[in-house]
Write a protein that binds this ligand. Structure first.
Ligand code: PMP
Length: 359
């Protein structure tokens, strides 16, 4: 054991990100990236940037991007949101870590489902917060009554990952209403693929914090951009943390790329609609092959087959050049999480499955 490591670093079990293999070219359906490139406007903007400006620090307040995001959501929900209600982070993972540092004291409790994004337990451990896992029901659904009147902040991933199932906005609102002294963090990494955003609640309640990302529906996982929306005092708290940590978390190129992305709504809507269409088509085909497919509102599906163990299927698919995500964890070890790629990629995926099922 490394002699200089702190006690925490000695015992912590870090998060394992999905594989990014370099050995050969796979059909990559394992990390919920978008199969389509960023908007041409984003690419054009980066290509036309004066790269000499990289000698200068970026805007530490990220004001312009915050304003563009505030304007987008003001129009979307028909209510005024200002840039003081928007926080920008280096990916939503960074924002989630900042949330733990800003709103929890060591020893506090945090509540989330037993099956959800597996980074939360790592943050809870890192920041000495006590996690309390609330079991999903047998259909892998969140039962909202189990989240009423709790004694710690709550994280709800909506749609949930890796199950892909979404709560309705009024269900999220019930959780918010029934916990006025706790913060409800709604991780909406996948919301644009078919769920309703809780941004509508941020002017109505002072205990909702919505986290979104550019990594999925905006095809920009490589720029590392995430954002959060809430009431001004919540966002000010996050900024106090950020400015006590690293003033320049967002680089100049990402800021410009982010602004352009929000200006190209047409492309954003077109690619999301395409992914939803491919998801529905793929789900139907899988059901015909005997797969159980959970009802997805995300850019991935969660599937299981009674005749082949998911762990074996994962290995066989990988041998055949298709990478999906397998979690060898309690309750979900017979499921695979499959990102929705292009129509062509999903057709190859189905063909490979057909052959494996015939064996
Ligand atoms: N939340 C959820 C539920 C996710 O699945 C992911 C992606 N792994 C993230 C947050 C983080 O995304 P990013 O840091 O790329 O914004």
């Amino acid at each position: 054991m490394e002699k200089f490591w702190s006690d925490k670093i000695k015992e912590i079990e870090p998060y394992t990100p999905g594989e990014q293999p370099k050995d050969k070219k796979y059909i990559k359906l394992n990390t919920n990236e978008n199969p389509y490139p960023p908007s041409a406007k984003v690419i054009g903007k980066i290509e036309s940037m004066n790269l000499e400006d990289l000698k200068l620090y970026p805007d530490p307040d990220v004001t312009e991007l915050r304003k563009v995001i505030a304007e987008y959501f003001s129009n979307k929900i028909n209510d005024k949101i200002t840039h003081k209600q928007v926080f920008i982070g280096n990916g939503s993972d960074e924002i989630l870590a900042f949330i733990f540092m800003t709103f929890f004291n060591a020893g506090d409790k945090v509540y989330y489902p037993d099956i959800t994004y597996s980074f939360y337990p790592v943050y809870a451990d890192l920041f000495n917060v006590k996690e309390i896992k609330i079991p999903l029901n047998d259909n892998f659904e969140i039962e909202i009554q189990k989240y009423f009147r709790l004694d710690g902040h709550i994280i709800i991933t909506n749609p949930n990952a890796p199950t892909s199932i979404a709560l309705k906005l009024d269900e999220i609102e019930e959780i918010v209403k029934n916990n006025s002294n706790q913060l409800i963090i709604v991780d909406e990494a996948y919301v644009d693929f078919g769920a309703e955003s809780a941004v509508k609640l941020i002017n109505k309640y002072d205990n909702v914090l919505v986290v979104q990302t550019f990594s999925k529906s905006r095809s920009m996982a490589g720029t590392r951009l995430g954002y959060a929306l809430g009431c001004e005092s919540i966002i000010e708290g996050l900024n106090r943390l950020k400015f006590s940590f690293n003033s320049y978390t967002i680089d100049r190129i990402s800021i410009e790329a982010g602004i352009e992305s929000f200006k190209d709504n047409e492309y954003f809507e077109k690619t999301n609609a395409k992914i939803i269409q491919t998801r529905e088509k793929t789900s139907e085909k899988l059901k015909k092959l005997g797969f159980k497919v959970l009802n997805s509102s995300a850019n991935f599906i969660f599937i299981s087959h009674k005749d082949i163990y998911a762990g074996d299927l994962y290995k066989e698919l990988k041998k055949n050049g298709v990478l999906v995500r397998y979690f060898s964890k309690d309750r979900i070890d017979n499921y695979l999480r499959v990102t929705i790629g292009t129509d062509e990629e999903m057709e190859i995926f189905i063909e490979k499955l057909e052959k494996l099922l015939q064996k």
